[in-house]
Write a protein that binds this ligand. Structure first.
Ligand SMILES: [Zn+2]
Length: 362
């Protein structure tokens, strides 16, 4: 059997990971800057005063050292679990390392995250991977998998892009303050969105751009939830509430999961109308037509939750489609309409080979 030391890549890689352990304690500036320095470099407002975590640092996106650095941090966070569950903890850590590596090699402008310890706030260290600074239309496309070359906004697009960036940084910094609280992901995400928006209002006041951003964000969350299954970030229904309960979060998550399941079946019932390729972009349009077909069917009309969820998805897509000259929602071939009759038809089972029992004789 060849030993690990005979593979130069793995040897180098492990050495780098171990070296990063030292970086964590004595040279975090090799991979990161403080949150306030980072925001100042971006010409954006400082944020650290609005958060309880004492040490918030921001990774340099292009710096490859954040892979071993964040892996070491992850290992430190789960160190107590190694004794109790060595195999599953090791696999989780390897998976984390793989995703960190993937983010470095194939970065997406919105691949931001926060990772920190759950010590007391005064001791707590947290690292944020920031998003890439991109024009607002690009950020909209990344959240939705749409592909418009531009969108029209009432406000200044560059101010909107700034707001978007500050929002993501505030959202991630809020995750730092949540570390150690074990609750449903959607509750944490809702809290992070709510707090980030409150903070934007505090910093910027009621500007036209902020109002526009506040209308835009729920639409992006809805499209991501319905068309791409990201229901753990479906905060749109919760943003108007002042209190959030576990049951509300469970209902919010199921609200879109259920719609997605029905839309997927409508698309399946009409698969002859579509090409084989089902890209993320095409799915947004297919589900749009499926949502309209659902509203035209008594199943959709008579089920208040399904109807409202479908209407919300259609409104979100309509809003973005009205903001661009590109075709976001291609019409169906030859003006075809999706049929929904199959939703209520009985399942046709395969033939049964179980012998019938002879009828009892009287
Ligand atoms: Zn989040």
């Amino acid at each position: 059997m060849r030993r690990i030391g005979q593979f130069p890549f793995i040897r180098t890689y492990l050495a780098a990971t171990v070296a990063a352990g030292a970086l964590t304690t004595w040279a975090p500036s090799l991979v990161s800057t403080t949150l306030d320095e980072h925001m100042a470099q971006q010409d954006l407002p400082r944020l650290s005063q609005y958060f309880s975590t004492a040490q918030m640092r921001v990774y340099d996106r292009g710096n490859f050292w954040q892979v071993p650095h964040s892996t070491f941090l992850a290992a430190d966070i789960v160190s107590d679990d190694f004794a109790k569950k060595p195999v599953s903890t090791s696999i989780a850590l390897a998976a984390f390392n793989f995703s960190a590596l993937t983010r470095q090699i194939l970065p997406s402008p919105a691949d931001a995250y926060a990772m920190g310890t759950d010590e007391s706030f005064t001791e707590r260290k947290c690292y944020v991977r920031p998003p890439k600074r991109v024009p607002i239309h690009e950020m909209v496309n990344i959240f939705t998998d749409l592909e418009a070359k531009s969108y029209r906004f009432n406000g200044d697009p560059s101010k909107l892009a700034d707001l978007f960036y500050v929002y993501i940084m505030a959202h991630e910094a809020r995750h730092c303050d949540q570390m150690g609280s074990r609750q449903m992901t959607l509750l944490h995400e809702t809290d992070a969105d709510t707090y980030a928006i409150q903070l934007l209002r505090h910093i910027y006041g009621e500007t036209p751009e902020l109002r526009e951003f506040e209308n835009l964000l729920p639409h992006l969350r809805v499209i991501a939830a319905v068309a791409h299954g990201d229901t753990s970030h479906a905060s749109d229904r919760a943003l108007d509430r002042t209190q959030h309960t576990v049951m509300q979060a469970v209902d919010d998550q199921l609200y879109y999961t259920r719609l997605t399941a029905v839309l997927r079946e409508i698309v399946r019932l009409n698969e002859d109308l579509f090409d084989d390729a089902d890209t993320d972009y095409e799915r947004t349009a297919r589900y749009y037509h499926a949502a309209q077909a659902l509203l035209a069917d008594p199943i959709g009309r008579n089920n208040q939750q399904l109807r409202q969820a479908a209407e919300t998805y259609i409104a979100a897509m309509d809003d973005l489609a009205a903001r661009t000259d590109d075709t976001l929602i291609p019409t169906l071939p030859n003006g075809a309409r999706l049929v929904t009759a199959g939703l209520a038809s009985s399942y046709l089972p395969a033939p049964s080979r179980i012998p019938l029992r002879p009828a009892p004789t009287a």
